[in-house]
Design a protein around this ligand. Sequence first.
Ligand code: BYC
Length: 317
Amino acid sequence: MENTLNIAEMEEKFQARIDRGEIIEPKDWMPENYRKHLIRQISQHAHSEVVGMLPEGNWITRAPSLRAKMVLLAKVQDEGGHGLYLYTAAETMGIDRDTMLEQLHTGKAKYSSIFNYPTLTWADIGAIGWLVDGAAIMNQVMLQRTSYGPYARAMVRICKEESFHQRQGYEIICKLANGTPEQRAMAQDALNRWWWPSLMMFGPNDENSPNSANAIKWKIKRESNDQLRQRFVNQTVPQAEYLGLKIPDEKLKWNPEKNGYDFGEIDWAEFNRVISGNGPCNKERLAARIAAHENGRWVREAAAAHAAKKKETLFAA
Ligand code: BYC
């Protein structure tokens, strides 16, 4: 009973710290559910970064110029780096990387739904940068002020790199939209296919988001799924108009009263299919990720053997 009371008191103190806007650091006391919530979110975020390398990696050998190839290579490499910062941030909460990877490889942990769609043409690489990175930044700018220090600090660097990624994509789409009729059609086709999945990245509507109440209470999220989605639509529609491309939504309409766009309903059945492992590319993505992990096994073993040998010679000296 005394113990329960203590925990309740500690939780109250913890909440007061959050309410005062203090940042929580790894060695600070935290409620077990706060730790679990963040391990879930940060590790899924890390998984999204490394799985996100796959659809774009597909196009490195087919980029239309040396410049485009170098830029895409740098971007894909950045995503690997983002995964590294995020896995490291999650490790500060007491979970090790092997466990997180096992959760990914066995399908226990989610990663962003968006990476389960195929990249069919070069315009898709433009659409990913423009829309997918655009949606990611919208969500991640808020996470720079999330209440857990290591996650917030990782997000500062990630956001800087993501804004370069977003411009890389917009540049590709701009070129295609201003190119030949065939190139323009490619850009429109990519927008048609990536628009709705990009809106799904923000997660379920607020009333169907089970994790949001705690996330807002603990200032992990500072804005809701629907607020961020609305801001993304408001920002992106004028960009599409500037390019002369049409957003594939008949219900899209400016609403002066809310000073934002009204838009159509997301296909939530499709969203649920994709996040439960049955999207167009889930199986392919997971198989590629597991193969990459297995192919890298000898490197991890060699690095561990080298470190052990070094330690031995250090002690022998
Ligand atoms: N896809 O209660 P909710 C990138 C799950 S990578 C899959 O609203 P929450 C990039 C959710 O996990 C960008 N699952 O959850 C990389 C939960 O299931 P569990 C990735 C989704 O956490 C390479 C359930 O649905 N960004 O930028 O409050 C190349 C109920 O949802 C999705 C991040 O990870 C989805 N779209 O809110 C290019 C940002 N949506 O876990 C670009 C950090 C929801 O209870 N994460 N679910 O089984 C977040 O901000 C939040 O976790 C979310 C979801 C907004 C995604």
